[in-house]
Design a protein around this ligand. Structure first.
Ligand SMILES: NC(=O)c1ccc[n+]([C@@H]2O[C@H](COP(=O)([O-])OP(=O)(O)OC[C@H]3O[C@@H](n4cnc5c(N)ncnc54)[C@H](O)[C@@H]3O)[C@@H](O)[C@H]2O)c1
Length: 247
């Protein structure tokens, strides 16, 4: 039902984790996928996995926090595969790690690390990809957000939450601007992903009504739905994908 044949998707931060899962699902649904990552080798590894599974993909490594690089990357995706009509801004975990600190102990360098990636990274990609979607009269933007952007959590990730919430605020407004041109923009608000590899993760998993953590395939399936024609009347929304938590 959620066929994406003939579509061209750009997934950022897709060299591993959630983004790699999204790229795999979109390719399995028929989209050609431009796989972005900061690390070219990671992007190439995802491309190789998609091709091995019978899909079509190319690597477009760039840093989403650099607007000029994003514009060049969107152009590279277009030359290789055609105009991007599905954009999935997924990059959101800084490569150098994610310290959990009380806000009062943070500094401007750390503020920029999170806001540049989670707000400006999304803003850059949307700004670069939207014009051709509007021109074509069809487009989908699915921002990968977090429950940390929807709720206050007692885990000392205020800057991450602020960046995620900022991107959602942006998309809600821009979604209203482009809806008449056939472009929808939504966000997925993810709960904790991963395997139960520690006692802490096992405890979190036990607290999730569905009794497990999320997988990249769970997220890929939700993206495929929102990217499909079937979701044409859904825009400006945030869908929690969290096994039933925090709802
Ligand atoms: N993992 C979770 O539990 C969880 C929970 C909620 C939301 N999320 C969100 O899901 C998304 C993916 O998370 P993940 O766990 O798969 O992350 P990850 O760290 O496993 O992978 C992220 C990828 O993004 C790339 N990246 C980092 N900075 C980049 C940049 N500036 N430009 C381009 N690529 C860049 C990294 O190189 C990496 O390959 C993020 O937006 C994250 O906030 C994750």
């Amino acid at each position: 039902m959620f066929e994406l044949d003939g579509r061209v998707a750009l997934v950022t931060g897709a060299g591993q984790g959630v983004g790699a899962g999204i790229a795999a699902v979109l390719a399995a649904q028929g989209a050609a996928v431009a796989v972005n990552d900061l690390h070219p080798d990671r992007a190439e590894a995802t491309v190789a996995a998609v091709i091995a599974a019978g899909g079509k993909a190319v690597a477009v490594p760039f840093d989403v926090t650099d607007y000029d690089a994003v514009v060049a990357g969107v152009a590279a995706a277009r030359s290789a595969l055609g105009p991007v009509d599905i954009l999935v801004p997924n990059a959101g975990i800084p490569s150098v790690g994610m310290p959990q600190l009380p806000f009062v102990d943070t500094n401007p360098e750390l503020w920029h690390r999170f806001i540049d990636l989670n707000l400006y990274g999304v803003l850059h990609c949307i700004h670069a990809a939207l014009p051709s979607m509007c021109e074509l009269g069809w487009g989908r933007v699915v921002v990968i957000s977090s429950e940390a952007g929807r709720h206050g959590l007692d885990i000392k990730v205020a800057l991450y939450g602020a960046g995620k919430a900022g991107a959602v605020g942006l998309l809600r407004h821009v979604a209203m601007e482009v809806a008449p041109q056939g472009v929808t923009m939504n966000a997925l608000s993810l709960g904790l992903m991963g395997n139960v590899s520690s006692e802490w993760a096992a405890k979190v998993a036990r607290s999730v009504p569905r009794r497990r953590l999320g997988t990249p395939t769970d997220i890929g399936a939700a993206v495929a739905f929102l990217a499909s024609d079937a979701a044409d009347w859904i825009t400006g929304q945030v869908l929690p994908v969290n096994g039933g938590s925090y709802s």
